[in-house]
Design a binder for this molecule. Structure first.
Ligand SMILES: [Fe+2]
Length: 263
């Protein structure tokens, strides 16, 4: 959200289809075939089941209409093409309308392992599976509606709640802690680190605590929040998120657990 990109948006045709080059399709192929074997023992079962529902192609970049054909009957959600990064108000407005914004470009080979901004692999592989789950869908919709009502000074705080759930969330399962957050699911390195490393803190999810926790976008996370189950997100969707923001603001930010970004 809110800065320039070296990638340019891919504009869909009148039927919603985007033309990708053979090289772009091959980048998708290599990303998805690298990530699939990483999921066992690290991604939670509901996430893996949801991924299966999406029936993502392996040999080419998926197209928006085919994603919506799966999502719409499940939860009424759609994906919505946007240029790379969008302002908060547009972001909240789309979510409130059950449209999940997806950047349509795919990363270049030079940034195959890591890029700071979301590309279509992150958006589709990382985000769309959970949009088939009504509990997740309800939370993201409520989040968007809260964002539209929020004072702009609270946007960054609300972004933390999204970050520590939708983007970098973990969940307790009978088999142990597993991942569901899109930033983890679309990164082979962070998927292993988030589940297996002794370095990060893994705290029980508490929304006010998450709202008060700083993060950096350019390093593996130093703190993860662990849900009991996706039901917790559904319950959170029934609460007044802005009241929680007010509570977090009153209590103040936690100290960072990471070094400052080098200038
Ligand atoms: Fe994301």
């Amino acid at each position: 959200m809110g800065k320039s990109s070296k990638y340019s948006a891919k504009i869909p045709d009148q039927h919603g289809y985007i033309s990708y080059t053979a090289e772009e399709d091959s980048v998708w192929h290599d990303l998805i075939t690298r990530q699939m074997p990483m999921l066992a023992g690290r991604a939670c079962k509901p996430w893996i089941n949801a991924l299966e529902k999406m029936r993502l192609p392996v040999d080419r970049v998926p197209q928006i209409p085919e994603l919506n054909e799966v999502l719409e009957p499940c939860t009424g959600w759609n994906v919505w093409p946007v240029p790379s990064l969008i302002p908060f108000t547009k972001f909240f407005g789309l979510l409130a309308d059950k449209k999940f914004p997806v950047a349509t470009f795919i990363r270049s080979r030079e940034e195959f392992d890591y890029l700071q901004e979301p590309d279509i692999f992150h958006e589709v592989f990382g985000h769309t599976p959970v949009l088939t789950d009504h509990r997740f869908g309800a939370f993201i919709e409520a989040y968007g509606k809260a964002g539209l009502r929020a004072d702009p000074k609270d946007h960054a705080m609300l972004a933390r709640l999204f970050w520590f759930t939708v983007e970098f969330g973990l969940v307790n399962t009978p088999e142990g802690i597993r991942a569901y957050g899109s930033g983890i699911m679309s990164s082979p390195g962070e998927l292993v680190y988030a589940i297996e490393s002794d370095l990060p803190q893994r705290k029980p999810f508490d929304p006010v605590d998450a709202l008060r926790t700083p993060y950096r976008i350019d390093i593996y996370q130093t703190v993860y929040f662990v849900l009991d189950s996706f039901d917790q997100l559904f319950d959170l969707a029934q609460q007044d998120l802005l009241k929680l923001v007010g509570e977090a603001r009153r209590l103040g930010m936690h100290a960072p657990t990471f070094p400052p970004k080098a200038a």
